[in-house]
Design a protein around this ligand. Structure first.
Ligand SMILES: NC(=O)c1ccc[n+]([C@@H]2O[C@H](COP(=O)([O-])OP(=O)(O)OC[C@H]3O[C@@H](n4cnc5c(N)ncnc54)[C@H](O)[C@@H]3O)[C@@H](O)[C@H]2O)c1
Length: 117
């Protein structure tokens, strides 16, 4: 995301893959700077315990869904950070179709987004 496309603090941002390594940390940073975060994950490789600390923040909403299924998160969004994907070299061998699918499909949130990044 470049400076010009980065949502301002106080934005409502969708983070897919929020139970994963990058997604959970990105969500934490966004909440710390005052954003509202809609986290989405289907726990394909992520763990439920990873989002426990995020759930303590009232500005965090969680949606359990497949990011590749084309559904839409309700409400306006200022940005989408699409980090949902199996990511380890092991997954490249065991989940190649899941990786292609979530990487290719127009992912959740776009239909309701005011601006995407
Ligand atoms: N970790 C790194 O160092 C690194 C570096 C560069 C790029 N990336 C990329 O960033 C992305 C995230 O990497 P990561 O290390 O956080 O991976 P991760 O496996 O820790 O997290 C991925 C998360 O996405 C979720 N997920 C997978 N498919 C999904 C789907 N269809 N719908 C909803 N949720 C789904 C998983 O359950 C998991 O919580 C990947 O695309 C990866 O290639 C990672």
């Amino acid at each position: 995301m470049t400076e010009s496309t980065r949502p301002e603090s106080g934005s409502r941002v969708l983070v897919t893959g929020v139970a994963g390594m990058l997604g959970s940390h990105v969500a934490e940073v966004l909440l710390a700077r005052g954003d509202r975060v809609v986290g989405l994950d289907n726990f394909l490789t992520g763990r439920r315990a990873t989002i426990d600390r995020l759930r303590l923040d009232a500005r965090f909403e969680f949606v359990e869904a497949d990011a590749a299924d084309g559904s839409t998160v309700s409400g306006d969004l200022d940005g989408v950070l699409h980090l949902a994907s199996p990511a380890s070299p092991l997954h490249f061998r065991t989940m190649p179709l899941e990786i292609l699918r979530v990487g290719q499909r127009r992912h959740v949130g776009h239909a309701g987004a005011r601006r995407t990044a």
